[in-house]
Design a protein around this ligand. Structure first.
Ligand code: FUC
Length: 793
């Protein structure tokens, strides 16, 4: 009794102490994903850490820890022994274009498709009868680290955790009277992943460390306490090396039979780095001194020491992560293991704070897989345990890679967008070649599948392979980075040239139809339906790049003749049309099938991520988009359902958006690829297509932001799609276009308090429900408003 009373008093005292300070004490389990048992499956249970360059998945086994790891540039394909890799280009293919167009004009759609499929598809064949995928290549796993322990006795109090507010993984347990603690993190500043094992056994503990790989013919040496594993990919000769520095306070480390034997250690720390000779430079894509890079990383780690490294990591990671705080509902469920929590959620138990955690998990995955200087996150971020992963774990440009980056600006991680923008920039050179060979146009294009070796040609079969809209869609990202930050230097020197060149392609590719409108012929709506004289997604994308180029010219006050040309072309594009069942047409030909449930809802690009359609400015088109969306239904793959969250948010229907959010967070087991009614999450909160694809995570995070703040029209629109399930909550640090940071609190379903800070001296409209106010802002000075948008002193 006395003890309990003391605990209570202490708790009150602690609470008071913390609440006096600026920050409230955080509940112990907030922002943590945790379990009472080790993982048994890589895809569904292991937990990811990453520093952008490298990713690792840890299982947390007691007798044996298993850590699988990746380095982002280790890709098969590209250069090598294939005849005519050549970025997939088919020389002179464009000479068939007039014939395809003529057939389409004569209404011979089947023949046009046959010819396009034969002559306008990309070339990607292996000269040894190998699969067509081989020349394109695939993202490869790097290796696996196993750490065997030597525990005897009963284990108890096991906990495996990922703390996403610090980006630290941990494993804790006791055996007999000894407490074991492991701590894992991926340092971006040091380009190294750190695995720390400690125990309080007075005699220390023994460990056996080994590294394995699915790649053959490796050189393995142990020198200066570093396990160095190197080799060349059999497929394309890419050279790779990993270095693992091993530090322990135990006896001398023995290296025997490929294994490191560590005896009587209270602390064991493994510092792992890896690199390849890949370099993102067309056309060779190689030449990096990867060994020097690794040596440098290990030297910097050595001089820092574990605790400094840990502090540096926390500081670095938090500088991004803690910009946004999201509170939904009470947090008592945070004290329940995540797998059990997901089961309860699947059985219908509301858990808003799990939804907030899922939102933040998207941000965690972004910071862990995309940092300045790295490649962009691919289909699986940077996490992949195979040499032939699904869809090569590539960069798919007909929805997936873009969706991965939807949340990046709005959730205040603008710097994490830069890897994508750099990657896009590097695709211009090969993309120009593809524009010339296939379309005989100026500008640059990419199609559906992109790799790390400048594959910009159409894919090797249609309809999925043909998607010249990829580059202009990338242009939207290039523009958004400016639109959110207002960084004119960036727009002038980096962004606008990329956008302009993407627009040039469309100026040349569009043809005039018999009504005098500009159309995209031939075209396909991504991955389904037949060939068309005007798939609307292309037309909407062309509108978007033209429109954003016009805005860019205005912002920079340059390039007036080009601007006039683009205005003229934009205004001559085939207008969006409402078809025979009230739907937004997907093709120029009114052939939409009301029973079509296809996962790609591409003709709604104009609603999201584009801004050509909005409830406020084009209500009839918004209504038609709603009819189309209802027709498509609520099923789909992980990313498809996530896209629908965003669509419904833009249609200002928070309850429908929320229904899909819940759908996309349903606990799912690994049941193989599903192309039509998949979706859900695994116990590690990876979104599933299935299989795991990062786009589903990121699309949902973006969708939640879209429910709370929108800024794609002229106003900053607050709580535009707040669902009934989130009656109260607060979020701080979201970004709105124009350089604004927005903090919102709401109660009983109504806006309660609002703070907006602008990065510039400027004006903006602010909208809540039907109310719109105009406000002036002074750079860096927060302005507070009450729930009726009245400015507070
Ligand atoms: C697109 C989608 C598929 C899958 C693949 C990676 O082609 O149609 O569903 O997500 O990308």
């Amino acid at each position: 009794m006395r003890i309990r009373y003391f605990v209570l008093l202490s708790a009150i005292a602690l609470n008071t102490l913390f609440s006096c300070g600026k920050k409230q004490a955080e509940p112990k389990d907030k922002d943590k994903i945790w379990y009472n048992q080790p993982a048994t499956s890589w895809m569904t249970e292991a937990l990811p850490i990453g520093n952008g360059y490298m990713g690792a998945m840890f299982f947390g086994g007691v007798e044996e820890e298993h850590i699988q790891f990746n380095e982002e540039t280790l890709w098969s394909g590209g250069k090598g022994e294939w005849d005519g890799y050549n970025g997939g280009n088919r020389e002179g293919a464009h000479k068939y274009l007039p014939e395809v167009r003529r057939l389409l004009d004569e209404g011979k759609f089947d023949e046009a498709h046959q010819l396009a499929n034969k002559e306008l598809s990309g070339v990607i064949k292996g000269d040894r009868g190998n699969s067509v995928w081989e020349g394109f290549g695939a993202y490869q796993t790097f290796g696996d680290v196993f750490v065997k322990t030597n525990h005897k006795g009963e284990q108890k109090n096991y906990r495996r955790e990922l703390n996403i507010s610090d980006a630290i993984g941990s494993v804790d347990y006791e055996v007999g009277s000894v407490t074991y603690h492991r701590e894992y993190f991926a340092s971006y500043p040091k380009r190294t992943i750190v695995f720390h094992f400690e125990n309080n056994d007075p005699d220390g503990s023994d460990y056996e460390v080994r590294q394995t790989s699915l790649h053959k013919n490796l050189n393995v040496v142990f020198k200066d306490n570093q396990l160095i594993v190197s080799g060349k990919l059999a497929n394309n000769g890419m050279a790779f090396e990993s270095r693992m520095l091993v530090e322990s306070d135990g006896d001398k480390i023995d290296f025997f039979d490929g294994k490191l034997l560590v005896k009587s250690a209270k602390n064991l720390t493994l510092y792992l780095t890896a690199a390849t000779d890949y370099q993102n430079e067309y056309p060779d894509y190689s030449g990096r001194d990867h060994e020097a890079l690794n040596k440098k990383s290990i030297a910097s780690v050595k001089s820092a020491g574990y605790s400094d490294l840990l502090n540096e990591h926390k500081k670095d990671y938090r500088s991004l992560y803690s910009r946004v705080d999201f509170q939904l509902g009470n947090t008592k469920n945070d004290a329940i293991p995540t797998d059990e929590r997901l089961e309860a959620y699947a059985s219908g138990k509301p858990d808003p704070s799990l939804e907030a955690l899922y939102f933040q998990y998207g941000r965690y995955l972004m910071i862990s897989s995309s940092r300045p200087g790295t490649l962009p996150a691919n289909l699986q971020g940077k996490w992949n345990d195979k040499n032939n992963p699904p869809w090569a774990s590539d960069y798919h440009a007909n929805i997936n890679i873009q969706m991965i980056y939807w949340p990046v600006e709005v959730t205040n991680l603008s710097e994490c967008h830069l890897p994508l923008i750099e990657y896009i920039d590097k695709l211009r050179e090969p993309g120009r070649k593809t524009a010339k060979e296939f379309f005989n146009t100026r500008g640059w294009v990419v199609n559906t599948m992109n790799n790390t070796f400048g594959f910009t040609a159409p894919g090797w079969s249609f309809p999925w392979g043909f998607f010249p809209g990829g580059a202009a869609w990338y242009g939207r990202h290039v523009w958004e980075h400016y639109d959110f930050t207002g960084d004119k230097d960036y727009l002038q020197n980096k962004g606008y040239p990329i956008m302009k060149e993407a627009a040039l392609f469309w100026l040349d590719y569009l043809t005039q139809d018999n009504e005098g409108f500009l159309v995209s012929s031939p075209s396909y709506s991504p991955e389904h339906g037949g060939i068309s004289t005007g798939a609307y997604m292309d037309i909407e994308i062309a509108w978007d790049i033209f429109n954003n180029c016009i805005k860019a010219c205005e912002a920079l006050g340059t390039d007036d003749p080009f601007k006039q040309q683009v205005i003229e072309a934009r205004d001559k594009l085939l207008p969006l049309r409402i078809g025979k069942w009230g739907q937004l047409q997907e093709w120029k030909e009114d052939r939409d099938d009301p029973d079509n449930k296809h996962r790609h809802v591409s003709h709604l690009y104009a609603l999201h991520p584009g801004n050509q359609i909005s409830v406020a400015d084009t209500p009839e088109l918004a209504e038609a988009a709603k009819v189309s969306l209802k027709g498509r239904g609520d099923d789909g793959t992980g990313w498809s359902i996530a896209w629908k969250i965003n669509f419904w948010s833009r249609l200002l229907d928070g309850n429908h958006a929320y229904k899909l959010l819940k759908r996309t967070m349903q606990l799912t087991s690994d049941g193989g690829v599903n192309m039509s009614d998949g979706g859900g999450v695994y116990t590690n909160l990876f979104s599933t297509h299935p299989p795991f694809q990062l786009d589903g995570n990121m699309g949902a995070t973006a969708g939640m932001a879209e429910m709370l703040v929108q800024s794609h029209t002229d106003a900053i629109h607050l709580l535009p799609a707040l669902p009934d399930a989130w009656p109260s909550g607060k979020i701080s640090g979201l970004k709105a276009r124009g350089g604004f940071t927005v903090d919102i609190e709401w109660e009983n379903g109504k806006l309660h308090k609002l703070t907006i800070t602008s990065a510039y001296d400027t004006k903006s409209m602010i909208k809540y429900g039907t109310k719109i106010v105009k406000s002036n802002f002074i750079k860096g000075k927060p302005i507070q408003f009450d729930g009726s948008l009245k400015m507070m002193e």
